[in-house]
Design a protein. Structure first.
Length: 112
């Protein structure tokens, strides 16, 4: 199982990677969706943590791309956006795991 983090904010990305390492994982981090898509073909047992507010390809588009695989990896959506923005961005996207920023170990750990 591989664990990927796609988060454009360097401080949030670094903090999340440190948190995941404390939980015993070896995450691979990307600053944008384009870099992730160009580098990774996820397996069904992988987990991808996706920030919705990504520049360029938005997180919602990355989630749609991930959901097109025959066997979708686990997707954890993270966001610091308002509920209104979340409702707009996720209108047609089924999301099971959503964590609001600021991120905590207690919020992330049960989803892994």
């Amino acid at each position: 199982m591989a664990l990927y983090v796609v988060e454009d904010d360097a401080a949030v990305r670094d903090s999340l990677v440190l948190l995941l390492r404390q939980l015993g994982y070896d995450p691979h981090a990307f600053a944008d969706a384009e870099g992730f898509v160009a580098s990774v073909v996820p397996d069904p047992d992988d987990t991808v943590i996706v920030d919705l507010g990504l520049p360029g390809m938005p997180g919602s588009q990355l989630i749609r791309w991930l959901q097109r695989f025959d066997e979708t990896p686990r997707i954890i959506v993270i966001s610091g956006q308002s509920q209104g923005n979340l409702d707009r961005w996720l209108t047609d996207i089924p999301v099971e795991n959503l964590v609001r920023k600021p991120l905590t170990m207690d919020a992330i750990a049960p989803l892994l």
